[in-house]
Write a protein that binds this ligand. Structure first.
Ligand SMILES: [Zn+2]
Ligand SMILES: [Zn+2]
Length: 294
C-alpha cells in the first residue's frame, strides 16, 4: 500500500510547547538492541531508540523503544495530541515501548503509525498485533483508546505529515529491512539513519542520497571499525568511523552517534565521543535527555 496523501491539518498544538517555528529533536532512548539499565550506562542512558521531533506545532515521533514510555509520561499533559510515529523497522528494541505509551490510552488523541520496510503481504498493523499477542503479551492493541491509523508505505517514498514538513525516506541495509528518514522543515533537515550495515569500502548510495547537506544526521554507530571487522559482519549495524566516511563528503553539519552497543559503558562512550569529535568537528554522542535545535 502506498502512503496516504498530504495532510494539511495542523493539530495538537501543545500548551507546554512553543507553537512557533521551532525545529528540534529530543533523545529519549539511544541504546541499541536491548535496554541496559544500571550504573555503568547511567550517563548516556540505557533506553532503546525513541526520539521526539518538534516542527513548530507538529509532533513527530521516531521509533518506539523503551524510551517512549518516558516521553509518553511527559506528553500526557499535552492532550489532545495529533502526532505521527515513524518506525525505522519493527525489531523488538524499536517497538517494545509501544504498549507502555500512555497517550495511547487517552481517547482524545490521534496517531498515525508509519512503516516502510515491510513487504510480502505484511502490514504494520498485523506485525504489531502479533507482537501484542498471548502468550508473549497479555493484551492486544484493542486496549488502546486513542484513534490510531496504520500507514504502510514503501521506503523511498516522500511523506507529508503536516503542512510545510516533508519526510523523505530510503531503504537501509538491515535484516528484515529498515527505513532511513530525512525530515525537512523551514529549510533545515534532520536525518535518522538506524539500523543499517555498511559494506566496507563501498559507501551506501541510499544513505548518501538521504543525508546530502543535512544539518543533523543521527546514525547507527553501534560498533567501532575494529569490533565490526572482528565480530559483527552481517549483524546489520555500522560504525562511527563509517558515519564520518559518509557524512564528510555529504557535507553534513552535525553527526550524532546513536544506537549504542549494550556492551559499551559510559567510559567507552566518552572515548568514542573524543575520537569522533576529533575526526569530525561538532560530532556528538547521543545521550538521554539531549536536545538539539536546528
Ligand atoms: Zn535496533
Ligand atoms: Zn534492527
Amino acid at each position: 500500500m502506498q502512503a496516504a496523501p498530504v495532510r494539511a491539518t495542523v493539530g495538537g498544538v501543545s500548551p507546554g510547547e512553543s507553537a512557533g517555528n521551532e525545529f528540534l529533536v529530543r533523545f529519549w532512548g539511544v541504546r541499541g538492541s536491548i535496554a541496559t539499565p544500571g550504573p555503568a550506562t547511567a550517563r548516556y542512558g540505557g533506553n532503546t531508540s525513541s526520539l521526539e521531533v518538534r516542527c513548530g506545532a507538529r509532533l513527530l515521533l521516531l521509533d518506539a523503544g523503551t524510551g517512549l514510555r518516558y516521553l509518553g509520561a511527559k506528553l500526557l499533559a499535552e492532550a489532545p495530541l495529533d502526532a505521527d510515529l515513524f518506525f525505522t523497522h519493527t525489531h523488538f528494541d524499536h517497538v517494545c515501548g509501544l504498549p507502555f505509551f500512555k497517550p495511547f490510552f487517552q481517547a482524545q488523541n490521534r496517531f498515525r503509525l508509519w512503516a516502510g520496510h515491510l513487504g510480502g503481504g505484511l502490514t504494520l498493523q498485523r506485525v504489531l498485533r502479533e507482537f501484542m499477542m498471548a502468550p508473549l503479551f497479555p493484551v492486544p492493541p484493542e486496549v488502546f483508546k486513542a484513534a490510531i491509523e496504520y500507514r504502510d508505505f514503501k521506503s523511498g517514498d516522500t511523506l507529508t505529515p503536516g503542512s510545510g514538513i516533508a519526510v523523505r525516506s530510503a531503504p537501509l541495509n538491515h535484516p528484515d529491512g529498515a527505513t532511513g528518514y530525512r525530515i525537512e522543515y523551514r529549510g533545515k533537515s534532520l536525518c535518522y539513519v538506524t539500523d543499517t550495515e555498511h559494506v566496507p569500502g563501498t559507501p551506501d548510495r541510499n544513505v548518501l542520497g538521504l543525508i546530502q547537506d543535512a544539518d543533523v544526521v543521527i546514525y547507527d554507530c553501534m560498533y567501532t571499525d575494529d569490533e565490526y571487522a572482528k565480530s559483527y559482519v552481517g549483524w546489520g549495524h555500522s560504525t562511527w568511523q563509517e558515519a564520518v566516511r559518509l557524512c564528510k563528503p555529504a557535507r553534513v553539519k552535525k553527526l550524532v552517534v546513536f544506537h549504542h552497543d549494550p556492551d559499551h559503558d559510559d567510559d567507552k562512550m566518552d572515548a568514542i565521543g573524543r575520537e569522533v569529535a576529533a575526526a569530525m568537528p561538532g560530532a556528538v554522542v547521543a545521550h538521554e535527555g539531549m536536545e538539539l535545535k536546528l
